[in-house]
Design a binder for this molecule. Structure first.
Ligand code: NAD
Length: 346
């Protein structure tokens, strides 16, 4: 297999090199996949992309014209890939669905704790030798109500962590997890009820047409005044303009986000010293009760290692004309009858 890795970040390249056990021919480039960079894939049968790459319909057509037949996503989310178009073109796509739900859930907790206990402000202040504490008052997490929207792999880990803090846990999902209800006291409620009751709301659904702008002015209006909102899922799950409005009128007390709806081309790059051409992001970055990280929740050693291993496992299956269990372009009937046992042995 000849594989082109788009959007390679310097910190992930060593993990990818180490996991290339079968010495496939690999090329790393820093550029993201887009209509402008699709021609770089000429001569490669496989490309590997990340969450910020553009694999929309026109880009997939360009890749297909260049001979690309496989796409290995180095991420769990795949909202950036037009799967219908890929299936039409016969391009096989797989993701890395379960590389470390801990990495993301723990990052959500880092945002909650840092916002609540005003860690960033405290650090800035002590560096100026200001050791007062009057602006640094937070609240106990114990006995607070945490609402988790999307209780899948990551949301499920967050349930377990917040249970350890002594929180009451509310969940909203299209499917219920019996174990989380029984062992951790998770109560499933509808979305308006979760918004009304939770002191902290964290979103962990995948981004789909059904979850785009799920958090909007109407739902924010139902939330408790001073609510803490956390987003480590996908930026598009929130209507950022409505969130800014909620922060400005004080309805939202604080906002912690690892993702942003217009992050493509901005996050993952160094723009220091340059003028940001995005008034909404500039507004968020100017607010003291907003804590933003640049889509780094996945960046733990364990997650990077698992992403790299899964990516090469997916590719190895295709090389051997086998199905990968992580294929997203596989029709449901084929998934039901597929035999993945050989995959497990790889
Ligand atoms: P998952 O598929 O295990 O969980 C998603 C959950 O959302 C599922 O339980 C699903 O039933 C639920 N859901 C889907 N549509 C819904 C709807 N309309 N209403 C209510 N619930 C709905 O996925 P996961 O591994 O937990 O990851 C969740 C998301 O986190 C990914 O899709 C990705 O976008 C994001 N993510 C972010 C980072 C990061 O670095 N910030 C890293 C990994 C994943």
């Amino acid at each position: 297999m000849k594989i082109l890795f788009y959007s390679t970040k310097d910190f992930e390249q060593p993990y990818l090199e180490t996991s290339n056990f079968r010495k496939e021919e690999i090329v790393f480039i820093k550029e993201a996949l887009s209509l402008q960079t699709a021609d770089k894939a000429k001569g490669f049968d496989t490309v590997s992309i990340f969450a910020g790459d553009d694999a929309s319909s026109a880009v997939l057509e360009a890749l297909h014209k260049n001979g690309v037949r496989f796409i290995a996503i180095r991420a769990a989310g795949y909202d950036n890939v037009d799967l219908k178009k890929a299936t039409e073109l016969g391009i096989v796509v797989a993701n890395a669905p379960e590389y470390s739900p801990y990495a993301i859930a723990e990052h959500a907790v880092a945002l909650i704790l840092a916002l609540n206990r005003k860690i960033i402000a405290a650090d800035k202040q002590v560096h100026q030798q200001n050791f007062t504490t009057s602006n640094l008052v937070g609240f106990d997490l114990n006995r607070k109500t945490v609402g988790i929207i999307g209780v899948g792999k990551i949301g499920g880990v967050l349930v377990k962590i917040m249970h350890g803090f002594g929180c009451r846990l509310l969940g909203y999902d299209i499917q219920e997890n019996k174990e989380l209800k029984e062992k951790y006291g998770l109560e499933y409620v509808d979305l308006p009820a979760l918004c009304r009751e939770a002191n902290i709301i964290s979103i962990h659904t995948s981004l789909t047409p059904g979850t785009r702008y799920m958090i909007n002015r109407k739902l924010i209006g139902l939330m408790q005044r001073g609510v803490m909102l956390i987003n480590t899922g996908r930026g598009g799950c929130m209507n950022t303009q409505d969130v800014i409005e909620g922060l400005e009128n004080g309805h939202i007390g604080s906002y912690g986000a690892d993702v942003y709806e217009n992050e493509r081309g901005v996050f993952f790059y160094d723009h220091s010293g340059k003028e940001l051409n995005d008034p909404m992001l500039k507004k968020l970055l100017s607010m003291p009760n907003v804590l933003t990280t640049p889509h780094q929740a996945f960046a733990t050693q364990e997650a990077l290692s698992n992403i790299a291993i899964t990516t090469f496992d997916n590719i190895e299956c295709w090389k051997n004309n086998k199905l990968s269990k992580n294929e997203l372009t596989m029709p449901a009937w084929q998934r039901e009858t597929a035999n993945f046992s050989e995959y497990e042995e790889l």
